[in-house]
Design a protein around this ligand. Structure first.
Ligand code: NAD
Length: 529
């Protein structure tokens, strides 16, 4: 077995290695807790200016940052591939292209999405009152991100937070710190003012210092175990948290599907990024009558995949990210074996290369009782189970602690939609798989242990602002009927109010008017006494 170097975090420095070749990619500073606190303080000062920066200026900076990325696209894709292990093709298709789209969308639309909004307050509106919601930036947003999409996940969140008027302190993964610094550099070249975005590299200790630093929100993406620690710690300072956690995403394939297309989708959905996507297909349920044929197609297509260092343009499956990650995959494959499932192809490390490579693995005869069907694997494995009926498929898909995404394949779109709505997951795709994190316009997030809160879409933008209700009463002379000066007449007024005004009906409320005037007269008279 080849010796694999983990990214060592030293006292002052992190050395980043290419997991495919073990060569050094770069070194960055390791931030102490004190330095994190200082960064948050600097961020707070920068916020006082940035919050007043007009949308048009924020938009210009983000659009310039897009240009910087476009100008350095090959170099950035190579850096992603070198530091994380994914193929160059995926660095472009799954990171650069989607984040560029997200950037232009939020640059152009944030102002519109955060425009003050008048609310219909029903009958109170007829009483001279009006309500308006304005959206204020939160302040300093702390972003803690994982290594599996080291550019698109943090940069997308950074751009949304900045467009909403916040300043950001970003803690990238210790496995991909050089890309973290690249994000800061891109925005610096785009002339983002100093300290509006700061990157504090480091491992969990640095992340935890950021959680403790009293920021105004933590946007956390990572594992369930760390997410729980973050939520617990953040509760001590009442810091609100968005948690984007793991998945065990099911793919259901009905017999009436286009089997060629569905099998290609399953192979891509399970093995892209070496299976290290939170929305990877980690459980495949295929209808019994087509299971044999469908499994054969999957094995054939899997065996055609090109594996190797991601820097080669033809490579489809790169290395994994770390020794820790490959060990989880080995454990899960071994557990499948022990529980009686069949490994049809793959099942072991690919020793042809220096780094951490695991051969794409197809497993037949899996079922939900097996441990690796319940825990996130985060590696290139595709376990296949079977079902007979639609209801059974839904039950199997929902029989999990997770709920990030799911995918349903059928030639019958009515059935597709019906099944999709019964699956408990943040996103359910019909005849599609995995890619919707790339649609920045739609909400991203999970049900159950996959987390809470949303990133992306209008819902994600709303996580980055505080809605403020401005309520105005234009009737300057009359007191409110519910003010002090309680009496028999007051109680009668409130009784009638509950029956008429609170019904929302103008017609019924007309009958309330005499009693209301009686009460107002009572109040004004009392005041005059
Ligand atoms: P991880 O939980 O180990 O680390 C995530 C980040 O948290 C890293 O930056 C890490 O340094 C930091 N961290 C570690 N301990 C911390 C602590 N105590 N306090 C604060 N920060 C701490 O996850 P990972 O291995 O980097 O990423 C893989 C996981 O992320 C998988 O479970 C995957 O499903 C999940 N993920 C989820 C999404 C999503 O959108 N739902 C997207 C990508 C990845």
């Amino acid at each position: 077995m080849s010796a694999v170097i983990q990214a060592p975090v030293k006292e002052n420095e992190i050395v980043s290695y290419n997991p495919a070749t073990n060569e050094e990619v770069g070194r960055v500073k390791n931030f102490s807790a004190e330095e994190v606190r200082q960064a948050v303080e600097n961020s707070r000062k920068a916020f006082q200016v940035w919050r007043k920066t007009p949308f048009a200026e924020r938009r210009r900076i983000v659009m310039r940052a897009r240009e910087v990325i476009l100008a350095q696209m090959d170099e950035i894709a190579k850096l992603i591939s070198d530091e994380m292990g994914k193929p160059l093709a995926e660095a472009m298709s799954a990171e650069i292209a989607p984040v560029l789209d997200l950037m232009q969308f939020f640059a152009k639309n944030t102002e519109k999405m955060l425009r003050p909004e008048k609310r219909n307050i029903g009958l109170l509106g007829l009483m001279g009152r009006s309500s308006k919601i304005i959206y204020k930036p939160l302040g300093v947003v702390g972003i803690i991100s994982p290594w599996n999409f080291p550019l698109s996940i943090p940069l997308g969140e950074v751009v949304m937070a900045l467009m909403a008027g916040n300043t950001v302190v970003l803690k990238p993964s210790e496995l991909t710190p050089v890309i973290g610094e690249k994000i800061a550099e891109i925005l610096e070249v785009a002339r983002l003012p100093k300290n509006v975005l700061q990157v504090v590299s480091g491992d969990g200790k640095t992340g935890s210092a950021l959680v403790d630093a009293n920021v105004d929100k933590i946007m956390f993406t990572g594992s369930v175990a760390t997410g729980k620690k973050v939520a617990e710690r953040a509760a001590k300072t009442l810091t609100p948290v968005v948690l984007e956690l793991g998945g065990k995403d099911p793919m259901i394939v009905f017999a009436d599907s286009n089997l060629d297309k569905a099998s290609s989708a399953a192979v891509w959905g399970a093995f892209t990024n070496s299976g290290q996507a939170c929305s990877s297909v980690e459980r495949l349920y295929v209808q019994e009558k087509i299971a044999e044929k469908f499994t054969r197609l999957i094995v054939e297509k899997t065996e055609e995949l090109q594996q190797g260092p991601g820097s080669d343009e033809d490579v489809e499956i790169g290395s994994m990210s770390s020794e820790t990650q490959i060990k989880i995959v080995e454990d899960h494959v071994e557990e499948f074996r022990k529980s009686g499932a069949d490994i049809l192809t793959g099942g072991k490390r690919n020793e042809s290369f220096k780094g951490v490579f695991f051969s794409p693995t197809v497993i037949k005869g899996a079922n939900n009782e097996m441990r690796p069907m319940r825990e996130e694997t985060f590696g290139p494995t595709l376990p296949i189970a079977t079902f007979k009926t639609e209801d059974e498929a839904i039950d199997l898909a929902n029989d999990t602690d997770f709920g990030l995404t799911a995918s349903v394949w059928t030639g019958d779109l009515t059935r597709g939609k019906r099944v999709a709505e019964k699956i408990l997951a943040g996103t359910v795709m019909v005849n599609e798989v995995l890619y919707t994190h790339g649609i920045g316009q739609t909400p991203w997030g999970g049900f159950k242990d996959s987390g809470y809160g949303r990133t992306h879409g209008k819902e994600g933008l709303m996580e980055l602002v505080a809605p403020q209700h401005i309520h105005i009463n234009r009737f300057l002379l009359t007191p409110d009927v519910w003010w002090f000066g309680y009496s028999k007449n007051a109680v009668e007024t409130f009784k009638q109010m509950s029956k008429t005004f609170s019904s929302g009906s103008v017609f019924r409320t007309l009958g309330f008017m005499p009693q209301m005037w009686k009460r107002i007269k009572e109040l004004t008279k009392k005041k005059g006494e």
